[in-house]
Design a protein around this ligand. Structure first.
Ligand code: ADP
Length: 611
C-alpha cells in the first residue's frame, strides 16, 4: 500500500525532473550557440581590426621611411664642400671654422634637420650648425657615439638616440668625409622624428616605435616613451649606458603580456595600465634599422559586436522557441478542441437520444394519464348514475305500472265501446312512453363516454338537460328550483356532456345538503361576466364551513356517510372545468346571503358568442 503510494507520487516528480533537465540542456545549447555566434563575431571583428591596423602600420612605416630617406643623402654631400675638407685638414683655422659653421647653420635651416656637425678622426666636433647656441657641439667629444664610431670605421651609421648635450632625441645620420680616397672625418645630421608622433592618430588606438632592443622611442602615449617592450639583458643595458643612447632615461619594461598569439605579428596583449582588457597588438618590422612599429587596437568594438551578436542569437533562439511553443500550443488547443467537439457531439447525441426516449415516455405517460383521467371522469359519472339509480328505477317503474293499468283500461273501454275514453287513455300512454324514452335517452346520453371535444354549448340547454336527470328528486324533495337567465344566448366553449356532468354533481350536492332543511331553494344564474360565461349554483343548505371549503376539491374528501359519497364529484368537476380553460370555485360562506353554499363556474365564451 505504502509503496504504491510513493510510486504514484514519485511519477510527477520524475516528470518534473525530466522537464527541468530538458530545459537546462536546451538553455545550455542555446547559450552555446549564442556563444559560438558571439565568438565568431568577435573573431571577425578582430580580423577587421587587423586589416585596419595593418593599413595604419603601412602608412606609418611609409611616412617614417619618407622622412628618413629625405636626409639619408645629406651627410654624404658635405664632402663636396671644400671648406669642410679644408677645416678637417687645418683644424686650427678659426676663420675657416667660422665659414663652415655658417654654412652648416644655413644648410641645417634649409634642410629642416635639427643639427649638422663635422667630427674629425679623433671624434671631436670641428664645426656645427648650432655653433651660436650655448649648447654648441663644437669641441664636443662624440667618438663614443655608435654612429660616429661606425662611420669612422667606414660604415655609414644611422642611430636613434637622445642627444647628450641637448637632451633632445633624434635620428643621427653619420657618413665618412673622404678626400682623395682618404677619410678626413665624419659628417653627422641629426633629424627630429618626434614630429611623426603628431601625425599619429590620437584616440583609443595606440602606436609606438621601438628600436632593435625593444626600447620605445616614439609613442602616441607619452608615458610609454623610453620604456621597453621586454626587459633588457644586462649586456644591452651596459652597452646603452656606454653609448648613452637614451641619455638618462630609466628604460623600465612596459610589462605587456601576451594572452594569445594570432600569427602574422599579431597578438592579444594586456598592459598593466589598461587593466585586464586585452588589446590587439600588431607589429611591423622596419628591416634596415631593425625597428618595430607596434599598433595596439582597442577591442571594445569587437567585444561590443560579440556581445550584440550573442544577445541577438539568444533573441532569435528565444523567438524560435516561442514560435515552436506557440505552434505546439495551437496544435494542442486544436486537438483538445477536436476531442471536446467529439465528446460534446457524442454527449449531445446521447442527450438527444435520451430526450427523445424521455419524450416518448412522457408522451406515453401523458396519454396514460389522459386515459386515466378520462376513466376517472367516466367513473365519477357512473358513480352519480349509481347514486341516482334508485330514483331512476322508481321513476321508470311508476309510469310502467301506470302504462299497464291504462292499457288494460283501454282494452276494457274499447270492448265497451267507449272509444273516446279509450282514445284519451292511449294518448296519455303515448305521453308516458315519450317521457320514459326521453329519460332513458337522457340517461344514455349522460352515461356515454365523451371525448371532451370543445364546441359551442348553449349554457341554458345544458342546465335543462342536467335538471332533467335530477328533476324527480327536485319534485320529491319539494325543492324550489329557479333558473335566472340574464342572456338566453350565452354559449360556452366546452363539451356539453361533461358540463352536464359537472352541473348534475353540483345539483346532487345541493340536494344532499338541503335534505334536512325546511326551506329548500336551488337557484341557477346564468350571465356573462368579463367576457366569460358564468353559471352560479346557489342552495339554501347549511353552507360550507371555511375548514371544509379548503379541502373541497381534494379527491376522496367527503363529509357524507359511507356508501353515500365517494369524495370524487367536486375533484372531477373542477378538473373538467379546468380542461375547458375555465374555473370552478366555492364562494365563502359570508358572501352568500341565503347562508347556503354557492358554486361558481366560469367558462370561456364560444367564438360565435364573442363575435
Ligand atoms: P361527495 O358528494 O361524494 O361527498 P363531492 O366532492 O361532490 O363528494 O363533495 C365533497 C364534499 O363537499 C361533500 O361531502 C360535502 O361535505 C361538501 N359539499 C359539496 N357541496 C355542498 C353543498 N352544496 N353544501 C354543503 N356542502 C357541500
Amino acid at each position: 500500500m505504502a509503496t504504491s503510494h510513493t510510486a504514484t507520487s514519485a511519477r510527477p516528480a520524475i516528470r518534473l525532473w525530466r522537464r527541468l533537465t530538458l530545459w537546462v540542456v536546451g538553455l545550455a545549447i542555446a547559450l552555446a550557440i549564442a556563444g559560438l555566434a558571439g565568438r565568431w563575431a568577435h573573431e571577425s571583428a578582430i580580423d577587421k581590426l587587423r586589416v585596419q591596423g595593418a593599413q595604419r602600420l603601412d602608412g606609418y612605416a611609409v611616412s617614417l621611411e619618407n622622412l628618413l630617406s629625405k636626409y639619408d643623402f645629406l651627410p654624404g654631400t658635405l664632402e663636396l664642400n671644400k671648406d669642410v675638407i679644408a677645416l678637417l685638414q687645418r683644424p686650427g683655422d678659426e676663420a675657416l671654422r667660422g665659414e663652415v659653421n655658417a654654412y652648416l647653420e644655413q644648410l641645417n635651416r634649409r634642410s629642416g634637420s635639427t643639427t649638422i656637425y663635422i667630427v674629425n678622426l679623433k671624434g671631436v666636433t670641428q664645426a656645427a650648425s648650432n655653433w651660436r647656441s650655448r649648447q654648441s657641439f663644437v669641441g664636443d667629444h662624440v667618438a663614443f657615439r655608435p654612429y660616429v664610431r661606425d662611420a669612422l670605421r667606414g660604415v655609414p651609421g644611422g642611430f636613434y638616440g637622445v642627444g647628450t648635450t641637448s637632451g633632445e632625441p633624434g635620428y643621427f645620420f653619420a657618413h665618412g668625409i673622404y678626400y682623395q680616397g682618404r677619410m678626413l672625418g665624419v659628417a653627422t645630421v641629426k633629424v627630429n622624428i618626434e614630429r611623426l608622433e603628431q601625425g599619429w592618430e590620437q584616440g583609443a588606438d595606440k602606436v609606438l616605435l621601438a628600436d632593435a632592443r625593444g626600447v620605445v622611442f616614439l609613442s602616441s602615449v607619452p608615458e610609454w616613451k623610453y620604456r621597453t617592450l621586454k626587459p633588457l639583458t644586462p649586456a644591452a643595458m651596459r652597452e646603452m649606458e656606454e653609448s648613452r643612447q637614451y641619455f638618462s632615461h630609466a628604460l623600465t619594461p612596459l610589462g605587456q603580456r601576451e594572452s594569445r598569439q594570432l600569427g602574422g605579428g599579431a597578438a592579444l596583449v594586456t598592459l598593466p595600465e589598461s587593466g585586464r582588457t586585452p588589446l590587439l597588438s600588431q607589429t611591423r618590422s622596419l628591416a634596415p634599422r631593425q625597428w618595430r612599429f607596434v599598433y595596439l587596437s582597442d577591442l571594445g568594438s569587437a567585444r561590443a559586436s560579440a556581445r550584440n551578436v550573442f544577445l541577438f542569437a539568444l533573441l532569435v533562439q528565444a523567438l524560435l522557441l516561442m514560435l515552436v511553443l506557440y505552434a505546439r500550443q495551437r496544435q494542442q488547443t486544436r486537438d483538445h478542441l477536436e476531442v471536446l467537439v467529439v465528446e460534446r457531439t457524442a454527449s449531445l447525441q446521447e442527450m438527444t437520444r435520451n430526450l427523445s426516449e424521455e419524450n416518448s415516455v412522457r408522451r406515453a405517460a401523458e396519454e396514460k394519464l389522459r386515459r386515466a383521467q378520462s376513466e376517472l371522469v367516466q367513473a365519477g359519472k357512473m358513480a352519480v348514475l349509481g347514486q341516482m339509480a334508485a330514483g331512476m328505477t322508481h321513476e321508470l317503474n311508476q309510469p310502467l305500472t301506470a302504462l299497464r293499468t291504462m292499457s288494460d283500461n283501454a282494452q276494457v273501454l274499447i270492448e265497451r265501446g267507449r272509444l273516446d275514453d279509450a282514445k284519451n287513455n292511449l294518448s296519455t300512454i303515448s305521453q308516458l312512453v315519450a317521457r320514459m324514452g326521453a329519460l332513458t335517452g337522457q340517461l344514455r346520453q349522460f352515461a356515454r363516454k365523451s371525448d371532451a371535444s370543445l364546441a359551442a354549448v348553449p349554457v341554458t340547454a345544458a342546465i335543462t338537460a342536467a335538471l332533467f336527470l335530477v328533476e324527480r328528486r327536485v319534485e320529491q324533495e319539494r325543492v324550489n328550483f329557479r333558473m335566472q337567465v340574464r342572456d338566453q344566448q350565452v354559449h360556452a366553449l366546452c363539451d356539453s356532456n361533461r358540463l352536464e356532468q359537472v352541473l348534475v354533481n353540483l345539483f346532487n350536492n345541493a340536494l344532499d345538503a338541503m335534505a334536512d332543511c325546511d326551506n329548500r331553494q336551488l337557484t341557477v344564474n346564468v350571465e356573462r361576466v368579463h367576457g366569460r360565461a358564468r353559471i352560479v349554483v346557489t342552495d339554501s343548505g347549511p353552507g360550507i364551513p371555511e375548514e371544509i371549503r379548503s379541502h373541497l376539491f381534494e379527491p376522496f374528501f367527503t363529509t357524507k356517510p359511507q356508501g353515500k359519497g365517494l369524495g370524487l364529484g367536486l375533484a372531477i368537476s373542477e378538473q373538467i372545468v379546468r380542461e375547458f380553460g375555465g374555473e370552478l370555485r366555492a364562494e365563502a360562506v359570508e358572501a352568500v346571503a341565503s347562508g347556503g353554499a354557492r358554486f361558481v363556474i366560469d367558462l370561456p365564451l364560444a367564438e360565435q358568442e364573442t363575435a
